[in-house]
Write a new protein. Structure first.
Length: 459
């Protein structure tokens, strides 16, 4: 377990909201809906609503900028979700991607053995009624092609990582990359999870953001440390408070079949610490396996030593859905303002679904307010909101995490100015329309989290 060493990290603190509060807010405000709700839903499937979709785009965008566009040494790919099933034999998933499954002989509930507490069935309460654990493979499969027999059996990828390994040679050749370099990908993955609970924390369809960083074996330990810090910095850049995060090294018996060492970035969720991201040292496992199974050489020619080597790999892997859930928990706050409860999501400006809301004080001034709205749209994720009282509209924008509201009033026509209201301080300031875009940028900058340097993080 590692204290990140940041001066404001302090002891781990509880999230303000419980799970029910977040699930209810997410549905009420259009972040996340239960999938197929009109048909009674579908276990652990969720649909993202208009605000959830914007937030997901912002999360992906932030990750891609941080991991790919902002660096010289990482490039991106998008591999197929359904591909040659031999990939999953070589990767070890057919053999090893299993969870221990137990069944309650009293109510037939099937559960992950390591999720059962005190030998008690969470469905019926029976104690000690479980079958012996058996291996359950978590890959979802389908039949590809017109003949419905086993020859067409293929898998929906359970991780995006293998797409990077099987394309190692293509990318290296096409992009003329020298070690160390990374290949990154964002995309859907599928796992037939046995126990799915805690909302979007664990689902059977989810989206991953993964990067495989290929390096010289002797540099790999140093680079593992580098990526742990670098990934923590990204989480801080999203505004996640240090006291809600920790880094935990896996014990030897916990390590996946491919791993030489894994550290998880964990979050203090209301139900306890849980994994947000895994940062694994995969050694040369994957390239060696794919080389053996495909018969193709997957090596790197080192021009300095004139030798072919199999690079080692450091892999940071995180889920879009888990980041979104973490941000909702972390950002949620309740305050009392003038005797009433105010719910506010303190999301960082880069992540908030709406950056600026334009609110006309009355419907009578719609033309001027629309003009202001249109002037902001090219610059920010703007929303126009003219329903209900101004107080209710402020509360609604607070609850969805909009950092700034711009209020257009009866004076605007005369003085050419509007009021900017800040979500966190609720302070209001009058700004001339001619300076509005600059003034908004300045305020958004001041609300943007400070990112610690590598030296400020001790792990
Ligand atoms: P867990 O122990 O929670 O099952 P894992 O260690 O199997 O996760 P990895 O294979 O390391 O997960 O996947 C990397 C990341 O992908 C996780 O840290 C998480 O953010 C995300 N992820 C994995 N499985 C799921 C899932 N079923 N639902 C949502 N996100 C997931």
């Amino acid at each position: 377990m590692t204290d990140t060493g940041l001066s404001d990290s302090g002891p781990a603190s509880e999230m303000t909201a419980d799970l029910d509060t977040i699930v209810s807010l997410a549905k009420r405000r259009g972040f996340v809906f239960p999938s197929a709700e009109i048909y009674g839903g579908f276990a652990a499937s969720y649909d993202y609503g208009p605000l959830g979709v914007e937030m997901r785009r912002n999360i992906r965008e932030s990750w891609w900028r941080w991991m790919v566009q902002g660096r010289d040494d990482v490039v991106g790919i998008e591999a197929a979700i359904i591909s040659n099933p031999r990939i999953w034999v070589a990767s070890g998933h057919v053999e090893n991607f299993t969870d221990p499954l137990v069944e309650c002989t009293n109510c037939q509930a099937r559960l992950r053995a390591d999720h059962v507490e005190d030998n008690t069935c969470p469905s019926c309460g029976a104690v000690g009624k479980f079958t012996a654990p058996r291996k359950f493979n978590m890959m979802l499969s389908t039949i590809v092609g017109p003949v419905a027999d086993e020859s067409g059996r293929a898998f929906l990828r359970p991780e995006t990582a293998q797409g990077m390994f099987v394309n190692f040679d293509n990318v290296q050749t096409a992009m003329r990359k020298r070690l160390p370099f990374g290949i990154a990908q964002i995309g859907k993955s599928f796992r037939n999870e046995i126990t799915v609970k805690q909302f979007i924390f664990r689902t059977r369809e989810f989206e991953q953001m993964e990067m495989e960083y290929f390096c010289h074996p002797e540099q790999s330990m140093e680079l593992h440390t580098y990526w742990k810090k670098e990934r923590l910095r990204w989480h801080y850049s999203l505004g996640i408070r240090p006291q809600h995060l920790r880094l935990r090294d896996h014990a030897p018996e916990e390590l996946s079949h491919y791993s030489r060492g894994t550290s998880d970035v964990e979050v203090h969720y209301p139900w306890g610490w849980g994994e947000l991201e895994g940062i694994a040292h995969r050694g040369d496992y994957d390239l060696t396996q794919h080389s053996t199974h495909s018969g193709k050489k997957l090596t790197y020619f080192d021009p300095d030593t004139n030798q072919h080597i199999v690079p080692h790999v450091i892999e940071p892997a995180v889920g879009v859905d888990r980041v979104l859930l973490t941000l909702l928990f972390d950002a949620y706050a309740e305050e009392e303002v003038e005797g009433e409860k105010r719910v506010v999501l303190r999301l960082a400006p880069a992540i908030a679904p709406v950056t600026v809301a334009v609110l006309p004080l009355s419907k009578k001034i719609e033309p001027k307010a629309r003009e202001v709205f249109d002037s902001l749209r090219p610059h920010f994720r703007a929303q126009y909101d003219d329903s209900q009282s101004i107080g209710r509209r402020y509360r609604r924008q607070d609850e969805i995490g909009t950092p700034l509201c711009v209020t257009v009033d009866f004076e605007t026509e005369n003085d050419g100015a509007v009021t900017i209201r800040e979500r966190d301080s609720m302070q209001q300031v009058r700004v001339p329309l001619t300076d509005l875009v600059t003034a908004i940028h300045e305020r958004l900058d001041s609300l943007t989290p400070r990112i610690p340097t590598h030296d400020e993080i001790s792990i």
